[in-house]
Design a protein around this ligand. Sequence first.
Ligand SMILES: Cc1cc2nc3c(=O)[nH]c(=O)nc-3n(C[C@H](O)[C@H](O)[C@H](O)COP(=O)(O)OP(=O)(O)OC[C@H]3O[C@@H](n4cnc5c(N)ncnc54)[C@H](O)[C@@H]3O)c2cc1C
Length: 263
Amino acid sequence: MAEEVILIMEDENNNNNSNSNSNHNNISVSVVIVGAGPSGIATSALLNSLSVSNLVLEKEDCCGSLWKKRSYDRLNLHLAKSFCSLPMMSHPFRTSIFMSKDDFIRYLDEYVARFNVNPRYCSDVEEAVYDEEEGKWRVTVKDTASGTVYEIASDFLVVATGENSQPFLPSDLPGMETFPGKVIHSSDYKNGAVFKDEKVLVIGCGNSGMEISNDLADNGAHTSIVVRSQVRVHITSLLATYHFSLEINFSLLSGHIENKLAN
Ligand SMILES: Cc1cc2nc3c(=O)[nH]c(=O)nc-3n(C[C@H](O)[C@H](O)[C@H](O)COP(=O)(O)OP(=O)(O)OC[C@H]3O[C@@H](n4cnc5c(N)ncnc54)[C@H](O)[C@@H]3O)c2cc1C
């Protein structure tokens, strides 16, 4: 058995945009939306439905990049699907309550097609400054394919860059600089096949930490977890029942309110 130990770090918020020089041009739009994750595409779809001009800028080459590029293979939604749908389109009946990653990605792709959301990909927003005199946002964008930097003016700015855009690895963990093993962030973890018989320490016990630990154990790794504070463990089937009854209660309640209003 190999002695190497691997640390897997959990996600933390750490979004930094860098400054750069820009070439100005005259693109102007009512609303600039930064990020084509679920929040950004939902905002664009709603604005489209109201005929408000908008432009979604996404630094990656696809929508839903967190789900397509930075999540592990066995990921299923951690919340029941009724709590994870975007405006104007529910999840298909055929999908399970805790949808698979693939089903959720299919849903996002169908959503952008259906509501005519057309993100401008490979567009990294480097800076956004509000010009008080003109009453406009000046958004500096780098086209990562060509390297060109340009500017867009807009009346409104929606920042939909998510919580997990950049992996956070604390640099001040004692012993980290001399640790001989491999260190990876959870966003780079795909599956446990390569960790068979390895000793693996997972730091962080949120949804990702728990599920990755389970995956490692299933794949024959010797897995330990470091937990900083208390952990609540729910049995999925109980959670599903709870979500299901909550849904029914909500729909009964809204029906009741509608009746009251009608009378
Ligand atoms: C393992 C895991 C499980 C999860 N499970 C669930 C669940 O079951 N249910 C649920 O509702 N949520 C879940 N989430 C939370 C998840 O973050 C949200 O579902 C959703 O992806 C958040 O959408 P968002 O659009 O706000 O952010 P994101 O999906 O993070 O999208 C932000 C987008 O902005 C882009 N961006 C960032 N900075 C820039 C920039 N400067 N210029 C241009 N583009 C930029 C990014 O590339 C990205 O595409 C889970 C998250 C993880 C990591």
